[in-house]
Design a protein around this ligand. Structure first.
Ligand SMILES: Nc1nc2c(c(=O)[nH]1)N[C@H]1C(S)=C(S)[C@@H](COP(=O)(O)O)O[C@H]1N2
Ligand SMILES: [Mo]
Length: 429
């Protein structure tokens, strides 16, 4: 725009190019970190959408978007096989997101001089580039920060996590697409000039400031002497990424690897004996009155609007039982596999006289909260391993694990494995 002279801010503080002096900064460093980041972000995004599909938001009560249904993006019902599908999907989502975080922070450090570019806007194209960068930086920090805060079960913000994290992803992906398209040529040139790995060979004494490729990169105008080599810096970032990734892996895989999860938020509470596995929400925290789960507890089966059958726990225990070894895979990335026994959901449907049920709404005794209801699809109802569990590892469920009865279904997200079940409503086609 020749008729508009770009506005320069006085060259003070960080607006002076000479303010940013690290000799490590430059297009190669930015490109190298991006190349490490992209595959992790691809895995994280793909598994994130799969996880969303696993919620089956099109079904009745799974409306995590208030009373509206979520995007009907997928058009398929979440499968029941393999049983570990959700645990693996969500585990990869959390592992890749956690491992990406130190690399993203390093990448932001590498390019931060660009935030203070002077003049701030040189042309229309430059303005668009900067706008997309704002959305990219904001979007990526937002999705990673909300994700990390969520796996700590900490909700300091006033919005609900799932829709915010989900819609934030679209902003982030759109900006990322634009950014990759803008910067791919620069990345090519940076790698052509420096090699992809060559700068990693230099020790501290050999570390030279990165040559600038064009006028406006993050390379310093007046570089200071290096205090760390490029491989030292990349090594530290890589170690942080691997270390955090291993910790997240520990709580996904469990078994002997669970010791890797020493700083992960898994110590919140466990049962003892056969019930010794993680408790996400304790009985005490959800506000169910003790007598409601005492001898007077009844499971009420409905078909549509009709109340059909009431069963005591003793009656359920006398029914034709089944046993299944199944994982609970939590959206927070941890999972745990246990041996459950109880009554098949299909058996309960037959008992209630539901023909070919297409949906099952499971209602908890829990008075409030988004976990108190979940809707299962036809395949989930019909699977022979889908249980209303009464026992785990041969012992009665503990109160914390959902006594008198809880749902357990292969490949179902943990959040839909409703505890303290009070009623089930089958819907026919
Ligand atoms: N009624 C009810 N059921 C619930 C929950 C809850 O808060 N209330 N939490 C769910 C979540 S998020 C998970 S991961 C599993 C955890 O089961 P556990 O505590 O037995 O390990 O239970 C699910 N069932
Ligand atoms: Mo969960």
């Amino acid at each position: 725009m020749p008729f508009l002279r770009p506005l320069r801010i006085p060259d003070v503080g960080p607006f002076r190019r000479e303010f940013w002096r690290s000799p490590l900064r430059g297009p190669w460093l930015a490109s190298f970190l991006s190349s490490a980041l992209l595959p992790l972000l691809a895995i994280c995004t793909l598994t994130g959408f799969l996880s969303h599909a696993a919620y089956d938001t099109d079904l009745g009560r799974n409306a995590i978007f208030g009373d509206r249904h979520g995007f009907g993006l997928y058009g398929f019902d979440w499968p029941t096989s393999p049983a570990w599908l959700y645990a693996a999907t969500q585990g990869l989502h959390v592992i890749s997101g956690v491992a990406a975080t130190p690399i993203l922070l390093a990448k932001l450090w590498a390019v931060i001089p660009k935030l203070w570019e002077n003049p701030p806007v040189r042309s229309l194209a430059h303005a668009l580039d900067r706008l997309s960068l704002t959305l990219l930086v904001g979007g990526s920090l937002f999705v990673l920060a909300t994700g990390i805060i969520n796996i700590q079960l900490w909700y300091p913000f006033g919005f609900s996590f799932v829709p915010a994290h989900y819609y934030g992803t679209f902003v982030f992906l759109a900006a990322l697409g634009a950014h990759v398209a803008f910067k791919l040529p620069l990345m090519r040139r940076a790698f052509a000039k420096n090699g992809v790995f060559r700068p990693l060979r230099d020790d501290l004494a050999q570390t030279e400031p990165e040559p600038d490729l064009e006028e406006h990169t993050s390379a310093p105008a007046s570089p200071a002497l290096p205090t760390v080599s490029r491989r030292g810096m990349i090594g530290a970032v890589g170690a942080a990424s691997l270390g955090l990734g291993a910790m997240a892996t520990g709580q996904v895989v469990g078994g002997p690897l669970k010791h890797l999860a020493f700083l992960a938020p898994r110590g919140r509470g466990r049962g003892s004996g056969p019930n010794d596995f993680p408790v996400n929400k304790t009985f005490a925290s959800v506000g169910i009155k003790r007598p409601m789960v005492g001898p007077d507890w009844r499971l009420v089966l409905h078909v549509g609007d009709e109340r059909r059958v009431e069963l005591s726990r003793a009656e359920l225990l006398e029914m034709n039982g089944a046993m299944a070894e199944l994982p609970i895979g939590c959206v927070e990335g941890w999972s745990t596999t246990q041996v459950w026994s109880g009554v098949r959901l299909g058996e309960l449907a037959r008992l209630a006289g539901a023909n070919d049920p297409v949906e099952l709404e499971v209602r908890s005794l829990q008075p409030r909260g988004s976990f108190s209801k979940a809707t299962l699809n036809a395949g989930q109802i019909a699977h022979p391993d889908s249980l209303l569990a009464l026992k785990v590892n041969g012992a009665d469920l503990s109160l914390d694990h959902g006594f008198p009865a809880r749902v357990i279904v292969p490949a179902l997200p943990g959040v839909h494995c409703t505890k303290w079940v009070g009623a089930m409503v089958f819907r026919e086609a």
